[in-house]
Structure formats: structure tokens, C-alpha cells
Design a protein around this ligand. Structure first.
Ligand SMILES: Nc1ncnc2[nH]cnc12
Ligand SMILES: [Zn+2]
Length: 335
């Protein structure tokens, strides 16, 4: 059987929380392996609990689910399952976020978390030819001091961490709260990304640019409320890591038919398509492409633009970006 166009399109995934790829089946398996009690009787009951009305509703369930992750082997198995699934979707490069504070706060050593992820990344390259990078995200509902402590804890692994990020509850925790720790991370050679404009106002996107000096904006949807900001993002070629099924599940949009992905492209924004927390939002990256392609009538040229943007917005070296972009071009302009 020939692969469908979306699956066959080479893609990078730039916005994926590895803890958000914990499928209910693996949650049960790890709970049993580690003797951890979970508040669900069945996989069906877990899935039924995934009805969210906003970001915080989701985060409460997501942090509770992460409690089954205890050992290096758990983090390896979690990431290995993601890479297998991503490979099947035509992902050739993934920049994955992890939330160390969710684990270190429960007494899980930082080393267990990162070594498990790194071994799965090496295995994914060997098994599937997928390249990958790690983004260490700070939880914005915690203090900047705690983010500094996490950065210090990461010191032995800084050569294997590509970027720092900022996630969790957005409203009330503006980017400027993390100005010093982002500057310190930049000083250590790390790239910077931040969730902004998912639920928070356009002002948070401006702060991410002006105060944090980020290399990428995660989500960025609410930028569209501010035409001058849109013009600036377009002019600066700033990548937005957009997550359509997440936006639907967290009520950032009411209906997938209302998703602004094509409006973003039409306004010159370098938008990309990503899955965010696929186990919780009902789909991996190809499902996200398919959902907006169907709902917004995206043609092959638009899908190729989104795939191309995923490489130009990645932290890959320029020669690798060029090689991936050439493969995308070949899908829309076969020789
Ligand atoms: N969509 C999202 N927004 C903020 N924090 C998150 N952590 C995991 N997914 C997130
Ligand atoms: Zn996210």
C-alpha cells in the first residue's frame, strides 16, 4: 500500500511534551511495574477522564498521570513508544520537551529522567533514523529560583540539552518572571523557547520576544489579536509551533473548523504543526495535519509549507535543514 501524502511528507516535530505521550495502556503497565496506585479502573476510564475545558483542567490530570514514571527504564520506554509512533507518521526529526521538575519534586533523580530519554533517543536514531534534540522546560507556576536550581542540576548534561522551554499554567505567570534564568541559559549556549499566547494575551508573546529573546514561540495563537505583533513575527521569521488538536481539546478554538492555521500562513507567519500531548489530545502529528487539512481545506502546497517550516524552524544545522527541505520540495515538484 502506498503511504498517504501527509504520512509520506518528511516532517519535524518541534512541540511535543514527552510526558504527554504517555498512553493509558503504558500508564497501566508502569503503574503495575512500579506498584503505583492510579485512580482509574480501566484504560476506557482514563480516556473518559480526558474531557478538558481549559489548560489547567488538563494539567491537573497530566501531572497526576506522570506519577507512574519512576525509573530510567520508564522514561526510556515512554520515549521509545513516542519515537516508534512518530516514525510511523513520517517524523524524521523531533525536538522533545521534558519537565524535570515534575519528577524531581517527587524524589526522582534528574539523572534517571534524562538518561532514560537519552537512551531512547539513541535507539530511535539506530532503529528509525530519527534525529532528535532535548528541550528542558521550566514549570512557570513555580518560581524562577526553582528554575535556576533545575538549570544547575542539569549542568552535567548541558551538552546533550539543546534548549530550555517554559510551560505549564500560562495566565498569571508571564515570561518576564523568568528573564534572568533564560539569560543564564542563553549564556550557557542553550536555545530558548517558551509557550506564549496559548491562553495568555499577546503581551506575553511580546515579552517572550523582548524580555526572554526566544528562538521560537510555542503556540502563539493569541498573537492574531494584535496585527502589529503578527506583522513583527512575520518580518522576523519567528517560528510558531502550533498544535491544532491540543487547541481543540483545551478550548483555544471551539471547533477544528475554526482553527486559524491557514490564516497564520496567509499572514506570513512561519507556522508549524505539532501534537503537544498526543496521548491526551487524541492524535499524533500526522493526525494533526489531517485534522486541519480536512477542516480548513489545505492543499498539498500548504501542507508542504507547514512541513518545510518544521525544518527551517528547527535547531538542526543548516545543511540538514536544506537536505530535509529538498525532500519536501520533491514531494510537491517531482522531478
Ligand atoms: N499545552 C501545554 N501548555 C502548557 N503547558 C503544557 N504542558 C504540557 N502541555 C502543555
Ligand atoms: Zn505544549
Amino acid at each position: 500500500m502506498t503511504k498517504d501524502f501527509i504520512t509520506a511528507l518528511p516532517k519535524a516535530e518541534l512541540h511535543l511534551h514527552i510526558e504527554g505521550s504517555l498512553e493509558p495502556e503504558l500508564m497501566f503497565a508502569l503503574a503495575a511495574r512500579n506498584g503505583v496506585a492510579i485512580p482509574y479502573a480501566s484504560v476506557e476510564e482514563v480516556r473518559a477522564a480526558y474531557a478538558f475545558s481549559n489548560l489547567q483542567d488538563f494539567l491537573d490530570i497530566y501531572y497526576a498521570g506522570a506519577d507512574v514514571l519512576r525509573t530510567r527504564a520508564d522514561f526510556h520506554d515512554l520515549a521509545a513508544a513516542y519515537f516508534d509512533r512518530a516514525a510511523a507518521d513520517g517524523v524524521v526529526h523531533a525536538e522533545i520537551m521534558f519537565d524535570p521538575q515534575t519528577h524531581t519534586a517527587r524524589g526522582i533523580p534528574f539523572a534517571e529522567v534524562i538518561e532514560g530519554l537519552l537512551s531512547a533517543m539513541a535507539q530511535a536514531q539506530a532503529r528509525h533514523g530519527i534525529t532528535s534534540a532535548l528541550i528542558m522546560s521550566f514549570l512557570r507556576h513555580l518560581s524562577e529560583e526553582e528554575a535556576f536550581a533545575t538549570l544547575a542540576e542539569a549542568t552535567p548534561w548541558l551538552d546533550r540539552i539543546t534548549a530550555v522551554g517554559l510551560d505549564s499554567s500560562e495566565v498569571g505567570h508571564p515570561p518576564e518572571k523568568f528573564a534572568r534564568v533564560f539569560a543564564a541559559a542563553r549564556g550557557r549556549g542553550l536555545k530558548l523557547v517558551a509557550h506564549a499566547g496559548e491562553e495568555g494575551p499577546p503581551e506575553y508573546v511580546r515579552q517572550a520576544l523582548d524580555v526572554l529573546a526566544v528562538d521560537r514561540i510555542d503556540h502563539g495563537n493569541r498573537s492574531l489579536e494584535d496585527p502589529a505583533l503578527v506583522e513583527r513575527l512575520a518580518r522576523e521569521g519567528m517560528t510558531l509551533t502550533v498544535c491544532p488538536l491540543s487547541n481543540l481539546k483545551l478550548c483555544v478554538v471551539d471547533r477544528i473548523e475554526d482553527h486559524p492555521i491557514d490564516a497564520m500562513l496567509a499572514q506570513g507567519l512561519r507556522a508549524t504543526i505539532n501534537s503537544d500531548d498526543p496521548a491526551y489530545f487524541g492524535g499524533y502529528v500526522a493526525d494533526n495535519y489531517r485534522a486541519v487539512a480536512a477542516a480548513r481545506g489545505l492543499d498539498r502546497a500548504a501542507l508542504a509549507t507547514l512541513a518545510r517550516n518544521s525544518f527551517t524552524g528547527s535547531f538542526l544545522p543548516a545543511d540538514a535543514v536544506a537536505a530535509h527541505v529538498a525532500r519536501v520540495d520533491a514531494m510537491v515538484h517531482p522531478a
